[in-house]
Design a protein around this ligand. Structure first.
Ligand code: PLP
Length: 228
């Protein structure tokens, strides 16, 4: 399937879910995750209308950006970011989805005079293999981020566990939404916590039902190989 066909299908699914749960599809940003695919396939995604693109490695990001320099593209970084790589990535990304430690915030703050919109990554399911903060540590973490003017917390992000169990997935997403609601209520100037980055190829419909505003789609949109 070409990206355009895949996108149509995803948009139809989003529309269907939104009708069901009474949400506006325009609230939902589809982020095309291009980490597995070639520059050509990434270009195809852009041509199909995807202006939000994500990579999880610095090398992949820079490689794609070299060939796709269009102004309207928003570049999202969704992988673990090592502090020593901050200086190479900081001028190149528009959003960071994986803020999970103060040392990273400090390094970002040191390397830029601009404000970087970030999602705080939360490990809702508590799996040891997962990146992100424990839910209980999130309020103190966000409070402490006020010390770094370069950081603006625009929302929370999570990766759901790899399970089929719909209820477990739903609980994960719901739990992040509740945490986001709590954080939003605090009305922090440095952390409006408006958005929820959650949902991938296998679970984005559930994530939208539970309030996702940014879904990160790789395999279902551009595929996992060079030809998709
Ligand atoms: C790879 C990746 C995705 C996309 O995964 P798919 O299942 O291929 O849609 C989303 N978010 C993160 C953080 C990823 O690393």
């Amino acid at each position: 399937m070409n990206v355009e066909q895949n996108l149509k299908k995803i948009e139809n699914n989003i529309a269907e879910v939104c009708t069901r749960v009474n949400r506006n599809p325009e609230e939902i940003t589809i982020i095309g995750v291009t980490k597995y695919v070639t520059i050509e396939r990434t270009e195809e995604a852009f041509q199909a209308g995807i202006v939000d693109l994500a990579e999880n490695r610095l090398e992949g990001l820079l490689e794609k950006q070299e060939h796709l320099s269009q102004e309207q593209i928003n570049w999202h970084f969704i992988g673990t970011l090592q502090s020593r790589k901050v200086k190479s990535v900081i001028g190149s990304i528009d959003y960071l989805h994986s803020l999970d430690r103060l040392s990273l915030a400090k390094e970002i703050n040191k390397r830029t005079d601009e404000v970087l919109p970030c999602f705080v990554q939360v490990n809702v399911s508590g799996e040891e293999s997962k990146q992100g903060l424990d839910r209980k540590d999130v309020p103190d973490f966000i409070t402490a981020l006020e010390a770094y003017p370069a950081i603006k917390v625009i929302g929370l992000m999570t990766m759901a566990p790899h399970v089929e169990d719909e209820q477990e997935l739903r609980n994960t997403f719901r739990s992040l939404r509740e945490l986001r609601d709590d954080m939003k209520q605090k009305q922090w100037a440095h952390a409006p916590c408006t958005y929820l980055s959650m949902g991938m190829s296998n679970d984005y419909q559930l994530a939208i039902e539970e309030g996702a505003t940014h879904i990160r789609i790789g395999s279902n949109l551009v595929g996992t190989t060079e030809t998709g």
